[in-house]
Design a protein around this ligand. Structure first.
Ligand code: PMP
Length: 285
């Protein structure tokens, strides 16, 4: 049994029901977060809730809960599910209306839903060999900094990778790297880690922040700047980062090897730093 939460009630996931008039279902009108949990401790909960708050504010959707209330709901979901490491999914929609209309309902009753899954991090083989990715033009809207549940473009772009037997689709907008369909993308050139700047064209990843913090603490040179497509295609290393993928080396881009086609030295080092950080700081809570 997977314990979920829906509008004030804790119940088995397969018993949770929402109205087909919910604006999440009709319009993709809502926000979400995915929070990794290590040994029962949600990682960077405050940062995830701050990102949720930012998305909700931009969507003009009142945050239905205080930070303390969110923390309590997340804690009960974590305690009620069996896995040592979990991935807690949280979403808030603008709720149901009596009629289907684009404009907001006069009275908004947000729908709040949480569930959890076993945290599925990359396999040892993926870490050892790296993964293959394809690329595509980034045709998403111009507020990719918001974590909204309207993910059709991301789904289509990720499916392009899956259809090609690949792990991710790397996105370029007007010749500049933005991110992946469901991850941030970092580049290594000449021993320097390059990260795209946070702007409206990419999601500000919590893992992206962790990686740059670890780089700063461990004297890894890095630059935050626009990265051109030709620089990505001639990179020594490419990494994808996310709460579930952690830091994963990319060894093939559109069928061509990245660097020498094997995970690079800096990827190996950052992976070790990340695992060390996870097993000390993250698991302690
Ligand atoms: N970009 C996109 C489009 C994402 O969906 C995600 C999360 N899956 C990320 C970046 C990475 O964010 P985080 O490190 O907070 O998981």
């Amino acid at each position: 049994m997977i314990l979920s939460y829906l509008d004030g009630q804790y119940l088995p996931l397969d018993e949770a029901r929402v109205s087909p008039m919910d604006r999440g279902f009709l319009f993709g009108d809502g926000a979400y977060e995915v929070i990794p949990v290590y040994s029962g401790h949600p990682f960077r909960l405050a940062e995830h809730l701050a990102r949720l708050e930012k998305t909700l504010a931009e969507l003009r959707l009142p945050n239905p809960h205080s930070v303390a209330e969110w923390a309590e709901i997340v804690a009960r979901i974590v305690a009620g599910n069996e896995w040592e490491d979990q991935s807690v999914y949280l979403q808030v929609t603008r709720g149901a209306d009596a009629v289907r209309k684009h404009a907001f309902p006069a009275t908004i009753r947000p729908t709040v839903f949480l569930m959890s899954e076993k945290l599925a991090t990359p396999t040892p083989e993926q870490i050892e060999r790296g993964v293959a990715v394809v690329s595509a033009e980034d045709y998403r809207w111009l507020r990719c900094d918001l974590k909204t549940i309207s993910l059709l473009a991301n789904c289509l772009l990720r499916q392009k990778a899956v259809d090609a037997g690949c792990a991710e689709t790397v996105l370029f907008r007007d010749g500049i790297l933005t991110e992946g369909a469901a991850s941030n993308i970092l580049v290594v050139r000449g021993g320097v880690l390059l990260a795209p700047p946070k702007n409206r064209l990419m999601l500000p990843g919590i893992t992206y922040d962790v990686i740059l913090e670890l780089a700063a603490q461990n004297a890894v040179p890095f630059e935050v700047r626009d990265i051109r497509e030709d620089e990505v295609r001639a990179a020594d290393e490419l990494w994808m980062t996310s709460s579930t993928k952690e830091v994963l080396p990319v060894t093939t881009l559109d069928g061509k090897p990245v660097g020498d086609g094997r995970p690079g030295a800096l990827a190996r080092r950052m992976h070790a730093l990340y695992q060390d950080f996870k097993n000390t700081v993250m698991r302690r809570g």
